[in-house]
Design a protein around this ligand. Structure first.
Ligand SMILES: C[S@@+](CC[C@H](N)C(=O)[O-])C[C@H]1O[C@@H](n2cnc3c(N)ncnc32)[C@H](O)[C@@H]1O
Length: 371
């Protein structure tokens, strides 16, 4: 999705590049309306109505009955054991999503406990993607090795060798989910932007904040052809930066180990940049830290430099599965909440501010250009 021509500066100058406004989470809720609703739901609804000897109740009422919510776990497990992984996952995901969106935090926590006690857990954790997020070997779910499972699908990287047949089938499904498609689209979007900046500026200086393995570099002709002045990968994780150094160090990419806290509280000498971007970080930042970081990064830009930030939009189908079996919780942001991230930047310094959503409306980008 190429950026379009720069318009005049103002926070109100927001452009929506693709598609209609995103549906709110609640608009997506009704399992009855969903073509993906599990086939057993109508049966359970009828049984419950008979048992209660009254007209068929609202589906959500039944849906919140714990035995029926747990039934989907039994059902999915049976499908998995029959080898029908895709069918099982297609039924499970909307049920978990609906349950997540309808529940209060304590209700959801209780339901997640029930999910994790259920024998389905032993099956879904045969998927190395689900298990790594859940196990958090680096202390949080979305580490750079986990992201490599997502990018590996388009890079042709193999599933880990010791994965069971069932685990491979689940891996194929989970890494093909809407959320993972969005992460791959995000990488492609940034790679295109980096190349575009290399066209516009001679030898640009580029900074990736929370770079992980900097896999977008694989897609950038700017990197292969060394058409940059500096390309810095900043991350708190030394292992991720070792991988960046190993893969792209010979192309001139530099690494810088620092935490966001250090960026905000210490004087980190990084030098001015023409492009600063961050993908997969803001989904974890609370508003005050996110706003402070946005203003601090904006200060590191040269005149006409761009800051680009990505975040998941609310409403992804995978939310219930991610938060339960993967233990992976993100902070979702609406368009208005994305705009609010720029509130600590002095308005007079902003040339242009814009919002883009990737085609499937799962990830949103905020781009702020300096005067
Ligand atoms: C979801 S990954 C995203 C990696 C990469 N940007 C991508 O999109 O593939 C999040 C990255 O943020 C880094 N990170 C997490 N907390 C951080 C912090 N406080 N300071 C700096 N980096 C952090 C992690 O080490 C990890 O590499």
């Amino acid at each position: 999705m190429p950026a379009q021509s720069v318009s005049s500066a103002a926070l109100a100058d927001v452009e929506q590049v693709s598609g209609p406004p995103h549906e709110s989470a609640d608009q997506r809720l009704s399992p009855r309306d969903s073509p993906a609703a599990p086939h057993w739901i109508p049966d359970m609804t009828e049984q419950a109505a008979l048992a209660m000897n009254k007209p068929e109740p609202e589906l959500t009422e039944i849906f919140h009955d714990e035995p029926i919510d747990l039934k989907v776990l039994d059902y999915t497990r049976e499908r998995f054991l029959d080898g029908a992984v895709e069918d099982g996952m297609r039924d499970l995901l909307p049920v978990l999503q609906a349950r997540r969106l309808k529940s209060s935090e304590p209700e959801w926590a209780e339901y997640v406990e029930a999910c994790l006690r259920h024998p389905l857990r032993e099956l879904v954790h045969q998927d190395p993607f689900t298990l790594r997020a859940f196990a958090k070997p680096r202390g949080y779910a979305g580490d750079a090795d986990l992201l490599d499972f997502i990018y590996g699908r388009e890079e042709g990287w193999p599933v880990p060798a010791d994965t069971t047949d069932l685990g491979q089938k689940i891996f194929h499904f989970t890494t093909g989910s809407a959320a993972c498609e969005a992460v791959r689209a995000r990488r492609g979007f940034i790679a295109d932007l980096v190349d575009q900046v290399a066209e516009e500026f001679t030898k640009p200086h580029v900074l990736s904040v929370a770079s992980g393995h900097l896999r977008e570099a694989l897609l950038c002709s700017m990197v292969k052809r060394r058409r940059f002045g500096r390309y810095v990968a900043l991350d708190s994780d030394p292992l991720s930066l070792e991988e960046v150094q190993r893969c792209y160090g010979s192309h001139g990419v530099q690494t810088h180990q620092a935490t966001i806290r250090q960026l905000l509280t210490q004087r980190v000498e990084l030098g001015p940049f023409d492009l600063i971007y961050s993908m997969g970080l803001y989904d974890y930042l609370q508003v005050p830290a996110a706003q402070r970081l946005t203003a601090a990064l904006f200060e590191l830009l040269r005149p006409r430099g761009r800051l680009l930030l990505a975040n998941f939009l609310p409403g992804i189908l995978d939310v219930g599965y991610m938060e339960s079996y993967m233990g992976w919780k993100l902070i979702f942001r609406t368009r208005q909440e994305m705009l609010a991230l720029a509130e600590e930047i002095p308005l007079a310094e902003i040339r242009d501010i814009r919002l883009f959503a990737e085609d499937n409306q799962n990830i949103i980008f905020l781009q702020v250009t300096k005067r």
